[in-house]
Design a protein around this ligand. Structure first.
Ligand SMILES: [Zn+2]
Length: 281
């Protein structure tokens, strides 16, 4: 690395630290918190639960630990819904702000975008958790598309088998126990979204795209990305409504993107309410 490259890394590192600090979010302490599981590095995967209504929704983020801003987005949503909980008595909200805390902490320790900002994407076992679901499509290796129009492809390890990782296992236990019928999964930063193919998911995707300006990627196009063992696949196979959202470029990997996605999220809740209760089977 020459001097210019070194100075660039120092600049990105400082900027990353500042952006991460400025965008920090604290969770309201009144919210019920439990530990979903502990990771290989003994970090807690926190689960927050709000409300006791019949309509259950899970908001999931930090499945890729380097997508730090998604954790903040989920926390801001949690704080907002806590503040306005009287308006949402018919819901039970589940929040997992960071499914991959080992990766997340690694990403925060490397704010210089070393290795293209990829550090922290995988869990402590080097597994891409969003390829570790026990689906028909599961394979030990898959691809991660990134860069402009996902043109760059990187091979990723998906685990020895579906749900080999404790983070995935714990998430699946929660979904089975609570029969949660709807999941929002937050990623960054490609400004697009994909959905399961049930009518509610597609309705939510259309509305979310309209409210945010993000591109709704049709299933046929999503298939060309060549991903295996994803949460989207699992949701389709298990009749769970699902929306995966890639946040704004402007928010960078550090910012919450709450300003851009708040309206769309609240609109989605109104649509789920209008659709009626739908316990997962
Ligand atoms: Zn991601």
């Amino acid at each position: 690395m020459d001097l210019k490259q070194k100075l660039g890394a120092v600049k990105r590192s400082l900027l990353g630290r500042v952006k991460n600090h400025l965008a920090r979010v604290h969770i309201s302490s009144s919210v019920q918190k439990t530990t979903l599981t502990k990771t290989a590095h003994h970090a807690h995967v926190d689960l927050f639960r709000l409300g006791n209504g019949p309509q259950k929704i899970l908001f999931l983020s930090g499945i890729h630990g380097n997508e730090v801003g998604t954790v903040k987005l989920n926390c801001q949503l949690l704080n907002h819904l806590t503040k306005h909980k009287k308006d949402f008595r018919d819901f039970s909200f589940f929040f997992i702000p960071c499914l991959n805390p080992d990766g997340y902490m690694e990403a925060c320790r490397h704010p210089d975008y070393a290795n293209g900002g990829r550090i922290g994407r995988l869990n402590a076992h080097g597994v891409d958790l969003n390829r570790n679901f026990p689906t028909k499509s599961f394979q030990m290796f898959s691809v991660w598309g990134h860069g402009k129009k996902y043109a760059e492809k990187t091979k990723v390890f998906c685990g020895r088998k579906g749900a080999s990782e404790r983070e995935t296992k714990a998430l699946l236990s929660l979904l089975h126990e609570e029969k949660i019928p709807t999941i929002f999964s937050f990623h960054n930063v490609a400004e697009d979204l994909c959905a399961a193919r049930d009518p509610l998911s597609l309705e939510l995707a259309t509305d979310y795209a309209a409210k945010t300006g993000f591109t709704h990627m049709p299933h046929a196009e999503w298939l060309t990305l060549g991903q295996n063992g994803t949460l989207k696949d699992w949701c389709e196979e298990n009749h769970v409504s699902f929306l995966e959202i890639e946040g704004s470029v402007k928010a960078t990997r550090w910012g919450s993107d709450w300003g851009r996605q708040k309206k769309a999220l609240l609109s989605a809740l109104a649509k789920i309410r209008a659709a009626g209760y739908n316990a997962a089977t």
